[in-house]
Design a protein around this ligand. Structure first.
Ligand SMILES: Nc1ncnc2c1ncn2[C@@H]1O[C@H](COP(=O)(O)OP(=O)(O)OP(=O)(O)O)[C@@H](O)[C@H]1O
Ligand SMILES: [Mg+2]
Length: 331
């Protein structure tokens, strides 16, 4: 797809992504003072926050990114609000905080549920009054800042548990932007993959551009718990370590094969169940079950099932014959 005029682009053609792209534009151009972005890890919250800034009339001013989980609570207050000389031990000079730096622009509060109660109260006051005081200051400072908060856990749970102020939560979620997980975006996984491969090929000198049909099938079925970032990291690793132009099942980590039922471990439940007939019959039953599961997952292709099981095609055929799973030329 064509990059947008901002240089940032949200890749994807799934209806949920088309709708998200439109919402980003509308939110960016609105007068909304706060925005709450929700999405699992690696879904693109940081990217969406930057796009909202760049598509807004605030684009010429700063976009300031703060990870609330990465800064200790005592430090966060002076980082955000700044301080006057002598406000606390070590405050040798006067210092403007990030809120002042973001004046006219956007402040991105990543992992917002990590804000402690004191900071939650201070930010709520700032949102209500559009004014704040540097630590140790008497005079308030007026600012015009759009706050974009992000979370990868549903904040309402934190509210109900008493960890997050309900008034701040309701204030933030007036404009809520939900980013769907990668597994719910259909074939967008391939658009994102092609885009990532082009960039890794350019930087690493690799030539990866195709997917074995079985890999396509795995990409569609895998849950992608780390979402787009996980996809990017996987592809970068493959570009760095593997040769050729096509991504093969053998290039994928066992973790992924296991999750889609293509690797040892997939049939463990069978082994754990009570085993009439003694050890030999039970292990044979387990082996049959494991092989059958791998074959099902591989759409009946013995070569693919063998890769998933860490066996050669020949060894798998031999095992199937031994276990009466059809002759070596079947399946
Ligand atoms: N639709 C998309 N189009 C292009 N790139 C994307 C898209 N979604 C995510 N990315 C890319 O995926 C990576 C992860 O995105 P990002 O860091 O914004 O996720 P996040 O939700 O903030 O993750 P975390 O919860 O771990 O902070 C980045 O490299 C980002 O550019
Ligand atoms: Mg992020």
């Amino acid at each position: 797809m064509m990059p947008s005029s901002t240089g940032l682009s949200l890749i994807g053609e799934h209806p949920s992504i088309a709708a998200l792209r439109e919402l980003i534009t509308r939110v960016a151009r609105s007068k909304a003072q706060t925005v709450l972005i929700y999405g699992e890890t690696g879904t693109g919250k940081g990217l969406v926050a930057r796009m909202i800034h760049q598509l807004s009339t605030r684009a010429a001013a700063e976009f300031i990114d703060i990870n609330c989980a990465a800064i200790p609570a005592q430090l966060l207050e002076s980082e955000l609000f700044g301080h006057e000389r002598g406000a606390f031990t070590g405050a040798v000079g006067q210092k403007a905080g990030l809120i002042e730096a973001a004046n006219g622009g956007t402040l991105f509060l990543d992992e917002v549920r990590e804000l402690d109660p004191v900071m939650q109260a201070k930010i709520l006051t700032l949102l209500d009054n559009r004014r704040f005081r540097r630590v140790g200051a008497v005079k308030p400072i007026h600012v015009d800042v759009r706050f974009i908060a992000a979370t990868n856990k549903i904040l309402l749970g934190e509210v109900n548990a008493g960890h997050f102020r309900d008034d701040l939560y309701y204030r933030l979620q007036v404009i809520a932007v939900n980013i769907p997980p990668l597994r719910e975006r259909g074939d967008d996984v391939f658009l994102l993959a092609e885009h990532a491969l082009a960039s890794y090929n350019a930087s690493h000198g690799s030539r990866m551009r195709h997917f074995a049909p079985e890999v396509e099938d795995i990409f569609r079925r895998y849950r992608w718990p780390g979402n787009v970032r996980e996809l990017e990291n996987l592809l970068e690793r493959i570009c760095l370590l593997e040769d050729g132009e096509r991504i093969e099942v053998a290039h994928l980590p066992q973790r992924i094969l296991r999750e889609v039922g293509l690797a040892p471990g997939a049939g463990m439940a069978v082994a754990a169940s009570p085993a009439p007939g003694g050890y030999h019959q039970a292990t044979a039953r387990f082996q049959r079950e494991l092989i059958a599961a791998a074959l099902r997952a591989a759409g009946g292709q013995v070569g693919v099932a063998a890769q998933g099981l860490g066996l050669s095609r020949h060894a798998l055929r031999h095992q199937m014959a031994r276990l009466d799973m059809g002759g070596p030329d079947q399946a």
